[in-house]
Design a protein around this ligand. Structure first.
Ligand code: FES
Ligand SMILES: [Fe+2]
Length: 350
């Protein structure tokens, strides 16, 4: 894992797109962290990701064909195994050419489908670490896809996009839809939340839902919530009620230094909620659109916006920036990451 100076954090798993967007036998071109990839699914269901570049003469592989097992370049017809990226055929070779096609390969990116999303590991350099980190998961939904998933491309860097995940001062002014909060704007309540460090991030300890957030009431009584934030920009909210539980996964994927996909996935265990999926999807999009509008307005502002951190309400955002800084420094200096977050009780009004 290592840093680069474009502000994008390499050495992490990122969501490319929901698995439903790539059926068997299909490929999709995708730019992630300014790297061009071709991502696809073999006929047997396995997903793969390769650099979108033929090693022969550099033709993007997205212009070629895919039959479910082999990718074929559109320029001179070299074929590559979708399973491991090795070249399997060079049509122009004569019999006396003593060349083994398998010595040429597409550059592979680790790629896994986990809880309904296709994740790609973007390494820091040309070589992969000996052991890859775990793909982030939500608790209690092994092997399950989200009931609702939505993705929006923010016109901002990943840092700005991820700040919204842990910024309790903005919802009262940005997320003011009637369905989410019955009162908006200046009707704020005092909050006290306990935080602790967690791997590559921090966690808001479990607390009981007291007011508002009406959709959570569908999970029963005694609603308890805990929220984890971790690099490179992942938020996992776990909501548990007396009858059901739900998880909300929010994750950023830097596309270029100035564009970021924000993925928002909702998992729940409430069977009778299935017919409400379209309505829930609409709500999720509405929610994300409000954050996207903030990012767009910020992008329209000064290149270097002011960054003040005032009061406990801004501590989580400050932690997020510190975590990133420490991660990049630890990689640049070749030393272990030291989590800068200490256990703390924070107070704010939201
Ligand atoms: S560039 Fe791909 S086969 Fe020649
Ligand atoms: Fe937000």
């Amino acid at each position: 894992m290592a840093a680069s100076d474009d502000g994008m954090m390499r050495g992490f798993w990122y969501i490319a797109f929901p698995g439903s967007q790539v059926p068997p036998g299909k490929t999709r071109p995708m730019t992630m962290l300014d790297e061009k990839l071709i991502i696809g699914r073999q006929s047997d269901g396995g997903v793969f990701a390769y650099a979108d570049l033929c090693p022969h003469r550099g033709m993007p592989m997205q212009h070629g064909s895919f039959d479910g097992t082999s990718l074929r370049c559109s320029y001179h017809g070299w074929a590559f195994s979708a399973a491991n990226g090795a070249c399997t055929e060079i049509p122009a070779l004569a019999e006396h050419d003593d060349i083994v096609p398998g010595r040429f390969r597409l550059r592979a990116y680790p790629c896994r489908e986990v809880q309904g999303n296709v994740w790609v590991y973007v390494p820091a350099g040309r070589t992969l670490p000996e052991t890859l980190p775990e793909v982030p998961t939500v608790p209690g939904f092994d092997g399950q896809a989200p009931q609702v998933t939505t993705t929006m491309r923010f016109p901002s860097n990943a840092e700005i996009a991820a700040m919204g995940f842990c910024d309790p001062a903005h919802p009262a002014f940005v997320h003011t839809s009637r369905w989410w909060k019955s009162k908006s704007g200046l009707s704020l309540r005092a909050k006290e939340k306990h935080f602790e460090p967690a791997p590559l991030g921090f966690r808001m300890q479990q607390h009981q839902l007291k007011h508002g957030a009406n959709p959570y009431r569908l999970l029963g009584r005694d609603i308890r919530i805990d929220i984890g934030i971790q690099l490179p920009g992942i938020r996992i909210e776990h909501i548990k009620g007396s009858r059901h539980s739900a998880c909300v996964l929010a994750a950023v994927t830097p596309i270029t230094p100035g564009e970021t996909d924000v993925h928002y996935c909702v998992y729940w265990t409430v069977p009778w909620l299935a017919p409400l999926r379209p309505a829930a999807a609409w709500m999720a999009r509405d929610f994300l659109r409000q954050d996207l509008e903030v990012a767009a307005k910020l992008a329209d502002g000064p290149v270097t916006p002011s960054m003040l951190f005032v009061g406990d309400a801004d501590v989580q955002v400050r932690w997020l920036l510190r975590l990133k800084k420490e991660y990049l420094a630890s990689q640049a200096e070749g030393r272990p990451f030291v989590n800068p977050v200490r256990p703390q009780v924070l107070h704010w009004r939201s």
